[in-house]
Design a protein around this ligand. Structure first.
Ligand code: KIV
Length: 271
């Protein structure tokens, strides 16, 4: 699709949303480790485990989306050794029903990418701001702002392409840096906070649906206000239950009249 049609990627963590995304024409569903911040109540992606990713990826797979399912390999699940990376990526496919995996970083990670691709598992790379290394970066800061750091990101992208990655996520870099990277590699780039020049775009589903009130990064466009929709529905439910107007006859089951007659006509043993 590179150079022909923009690639659309979103995260999802469960079957019904996987189905919706697929029906709406999303090309790639990422079972991101953003499940940690989005659904599991963590403050970062670091506590997310391989079991979490497998659990959510399997749910996405059960939704039978037509989109490509990519499982995000969580913190330290591919860095300890080549063997560990191979075993864990295999589990993401075998147990999680994913069709590809994503790994953050380049350098030594590119060697892991090479080994996993050689084993027949497609790998998506991820460079720029890589949230699993947040303590190394010292915060969620835009990367590749200088010409030197932009050049370094280009080198990282080329290394991942050579290692066999089929696509690259580029996170939180200036548009010009993302453009340079996109033009430097033949594999597609998928940006998040990386401007309009990438070959595709990704957002975290719950951010673009507007689930969180306080979380407002510059690169997230809210396409809906799901928090308000859910709050209105729940408030209506609370007040209808309190006042006794729910459930009404439309949402209740009734007995045949002859049975209610018998029921109420019968004397109870204690009476
Ligand atoms: O975990 C995730 O959702 C991601 C995207 C931000 C690309 O890695």
């Amino acid at each position: 699709m590179k150079g022909k049609k923009k690639i659309v990627m979103l995260t999802a963590y469960d079957a019904p949303f996987a189905r919706i995304l697929s029906d709406c024409g999303v090309d790639i569903i990422l079972v991101g480790d953003s499940v940690g911040n989005s659904l599991l109540g963590y403050e970062s992606t670091i506590p997310v485990t391989l079991d979490d990713i497998i659990h959510h990826s399997a749910a996405v797979a059960r939704g039978k989306p037509n989109s490509l399912i990519v499982a995000d390999m969580p913190f330290m699940s591919y860095k300890i050794s080549e063997e560990q990376a191979l075993e864990n990526c295999a589990a993401a496919l075998q147990e999680g029903g994913a069709e590809a995996v994503k790994m953050e970083g380049s350098g030594r990670v590119a060697d892991r990418v090479e080994a996993v691709v050689e084993a027949g598992i497609p790998v998506m790379g991820h460079i720029g701001l890589t949230p699993q290394s947040i303590y190394e970066f010292g915060g969620y800061r835009v990367q590749g702002r200088t010409s030197e750091s932009a050049e370094m990101l280009v080198q990282q992208a080329r290394r991942l392409e050579d290692a066999g990655a089929f696509a690259l996520v580029i996170e939180l870099v200036p548009s010009d840096t993302a453009k340079m990277i996109t033009e430097a590699v033949e594999i597609p780039t998928i940006g998040i906070g990386a401007g309009p020049h990438c070959d595709g775009q990704v957002l975290v589903l719950w951010d673009m649906l507007g689930l969180f009130e306080e979380f407002k990064p510059k690169f997230v466009k809210k396409y809906a206000n799901i928090r308000a929709v859910v709050s209105d529905a729940v408030r209506d439910y609370v007040s209808e239950v309190r006042e006794g107007s729910f459930p009404d006859p439309e949402h209740s089951f009734e007995m045949e009249e002859e049975n209610t007659g018998r029921l109420y006509g019968r004397e109870r043993p204690s009476e």
